[in-house]
Design a protein around this ligand. Structure first.
Ligand code: CDP
Ligand code: MG
Length: 697
């Protein structure tokens, strides 16, 4: 393994990157050495940096159509600004203040925090909505947190978002695909609703480009000679406070295994450094679980020094109780180690963190319009992210950040900013949503960052083949409108619609519900063998989709028993969520005129319905090397069945995958075997106008 810094023996250096290097943090908490939970909530609120800017924020919102608020993570933007607005009357007369977040978990966490601060029941005055979970009340909710994806959906029913007086687009620096679409649409809405106020809040200095984005339309409006009020140029407010230094340490040589390196670093900190919680940035549930397992084992074999560690994961999909543990104060004499995805980078603030361990990676979506392949890749973060991560150390006192990459790499190789998600995503969902909102000229849409024309053309082509768009690229009736109505990716929506014709909607809706959940398996810490055995009990020769159906049926037969789940290594909470989602999908289906019908045991119908939605992901077995090499029929890309699939090593001739993950190879997750002749049946256009002209046999 790589050589490490030796805390205690080697004097740490302050980093000097381009802009002075030292990272400053808000010091507004320094008086609270006892941590959270010991001071009254009102006092805590007053200590936040934004509290000092309350009047300024309210004045700017009153007098400007758009206000851009930039402030360090933890300064109180998300939890306080909506409360200031409410106190100032922006939620009077039945109006609602909205605050969007790119992440579902952040929506839940901040909403419950704000409800607690206001002393109200979550779901009443303060509520939230994420996909498939609406904890808000149309009559009572005055402050509503929601994902930007949900706000987009709301525009389908209410294009001008009339119930909102102020919309705060939070975490704008993340530049998620939905944030960008929302920004473009809000700019349009503003022209029609001069009384609407926007707040764009972000953790980094993106203010100028954001301001220019909102300015350009204002100038145009001004030229058109409209009566313009309030002031149209966006106001920019920076709420940064002075703060503590964070010392940055680098590894001397590149590390080969960042999970192992992260674990060793945590143990080293625990051995040598004074008390203070540790936040570790890894990439996703898989490496977080692996790190927890390794850390638990090594801490155990390390003896008494490590016994005080409380090790907690932080990724989306955690239950409420698990989330609460993350935010609860660390008991005296203990040290919390939170191992997180980049959700803790800016979306959530954890108190008490003094040490940050940064792997330098995160999971990112990448799309190649030439091969038409999108996958989640573990990729290097940007310098901006690295600084944010370091900044999480030391809200209580000076902190330390251990970067698991070299200083040379940071200075010379890391990109300055990340690429907006819209420029590295498949645009199928995005195009259909804009079409459903009546935006026909998608290339000419006012994007904060333009997507590539190639990706756009690919998306149009897929939507045309799905029967969602017609020759004029307009939504077809009824299929196009129905697909747009279903809050799932268009391919799943199409699969559901086709199941209606095929007579297997009951089964397909259950499968769609399972596919909307990250994983229904209980993460197998040290019990891979038992998990594999449990999987075998449900395994279906047809593939993973039918296996999910078997599990779903088994769960129902068990009387929805948690014991049954436990015995079979199935995550009970995930199954409960599946049932909820299924209920909601059923309601949507009924609204669309889909009759719930079971095909009993005829799994061919189920496979055909999957093909009708996912034909673009069809692959053919090419060789038995490396456990079975497939190529996508359309783009001739090499792909392999993921080891977690029931079809791993079974290698049917022709399969369809649900998604791809890329590690050492491109792996297909959730795979089903199909008959290749169905492809030309369900998508003749897609499989006949071939550039490579592959034969389907
Ligand atoms: O949005 P910003 O990063 O500026 O700060 P915030 O999320 O409003 O956080 C302000 C304070 O609320 C921080 O001290 C957080 O630790 C605290 N908070 C919390 O204790 N529990 C939550 N679920 C959310 C925030
Ligand atoms: Mg925030």
């Amino acid at each position: 393994m790589a050589q490490f810094w030796k805390p205690g023996t080697e004097k740490p250096r302050l980093v000097e990157d381009e802009d002075g290097g030292v990272i400053f943090l808000s010091s507004s908490y320094s008086s609270s050495s006892s941590g959270y939970g010991y001071v009254s909530i009102e006092k805590q609120r007053q200590r936040l940096t934004v509290y000092k800017y309350r009047t300024a924020i309210l004045y700017l919102v009153e007098s400007h159509a758009t206000t851009i608020v930039v402030g360090e993570t933890g300064s109180g933007k998300t939890t306080q600004i909506p409360q200031f607005l409410k106190e100032a009357g922006w939620a009077d007369s039945g109006r609602v203040i909205a605050c969007t977040q790119p992440r579902r978990l952040a929506v839940q966490a901040v909403a419950s925090r704000v409800a607690e601060e206001m002393g109200v029941k979550l779901g009443e005055e303060v509520g939230y909505t994420i996909r498939f979970e609406d904890i808000s009340n149309p009559d009572l909710t005055r402050i509503k947190f929601l994902t930007d994806g949900v706000l987009l959906r709301e525009m389908m029913d209410d294009p001008l978002l009339t119930k909102y007086s102020v919309i705060m687009v939070d975490e704008a620096h993340e530049r998620s695909i939905s944030t960008d679409i929302v920004l473009g649409l809000l700019k349009k809405i503003q022209k029609r609703r001069p009384e609407l106020r926007l707040i764009i809040s972000s953790a980094t200095i993106e203010a100028k480009s954001m301001s220019n984005f909102f300015l350009s339309s204002k100038r145009r409006q001004a030229l058109e000679g409209e009566e313009l009020r309030p002031r149209l140029e966006p106001a920019i407010l920076s709420v940064e406070g002075r703060g503590f230094n964070v010392q940055i340490h680098y590894v001397e040589d590149p590390v080969r295994d960042y999970v192992q390196a992260a674990v060793s670093t945590v143990l080293l900190i625990n051995d040598k450094e004074p008390p203070g919680d540790i936040l570790v940035f890894l990439t996703g549930q898989d490496d977080i679980d692996a790190a927890i397992k390794l850390l638990t084992e090594e801490a155990r074999s390390n003896g008494k020094n490590s016994s005080g560690l409380i090790i907690l994961p932080l990724y989306s999909g955690l239950t409420r109780a698990e989330q609460d543990l993350i935010f609860s104060p660390t008991p005296k004499g203990k040290r919390k180690v939170v191992i997180s995805t980049n959700i803790a980078e800016t979306s959530l603030t954890l108190e008490g963190i003094v040490y940050v361990v940064d792997s330098g990676f995160s999971k990112q979506r990448f799309y190649n319009p030439i091969s038409d392949i999108e996958n989640l890749v573990v990729a290097p973060i940007s310098k901006a992210s690295a600084r944010q991560r370091a900044g999480r150390a030391g809200r209580l006192r000076p902190g330390m950040c251990y970067r698991l990459y070299t200083e040379e790499y940071f200075l010379n190789e890391m990109s300055v900013q990340g690429i907006p998600e819209i420029q590295r995503s498949n645009l199928v969902s995005c195009v259909i949503q804009l079409k459903a909102l009546g935006i026909d000229n998608i290339l000419g849409f006012d994007w904060p960052a333009s997507p590539s024309p190639e990706s756009m053309i690919r998306a149009l082509e897929v939507l045309f083949s799905l029967g969602v768009l017609d020759d004029d690229a307009k939504l077809t009736s009824p299929v196009g409108f129905q697909v747009a109505e279903i809050p799932l990716e268009p391919m799943i929506a199409k699969m559901i619609l086709s199941s209606n014709e095929l007579g297997c909607s009951d089964e397909i809706i259950a499968i769609a519900a399972v596919l909307s959940i990250q994983s229904i398996w209980f993460s197998a810490r040290g019990a891979q063998k038992e998990l594999d055995e449990a999987k075998l009990r449900f395994a279906a020769a047809e593939g993973d989709h039918v296996t999910f159906l078997n599990i779903y049926k088994g769960f129902l037969q068990s009387g929805r028993s948690s014991k049954w789940c436990h015995k079979n290594f199935i995550n009970y909470h995930a199954m409960k969520k599946v049932m909820e989602i299924r209920e909601q999908l059923k309601r949507i289906a009924l609204r669309l005129g889909i009759v719930l019908k079971s095909c009993e045991t005829d799994m061919q119908l189920v496979r055909k319905a999957v093909t009708a939605g996912f034909f673009a992901n069809a692959c053919r077995l090419e060789a038995y090397s490396h456990g079975g090499m497939y190529k996508t029929i359309r783009g001739s890309q090499e792909v392999y069945i993921h080891p977690s699939s029931v079809l791993f090593r079974v290698n049917p001739k022709c399969v369809i995958y649900h998604s791809l993950v890329s590690t050492d190879r491109q792996y297909m997750r959730n795979v089903i075997s199909i008959d290749p002749s169905w492809l030309t049946e369900v998508a003749p256009h897609f499989y006949q106008q071939q550039r490579h002209n592959p034969t389907i046999h």
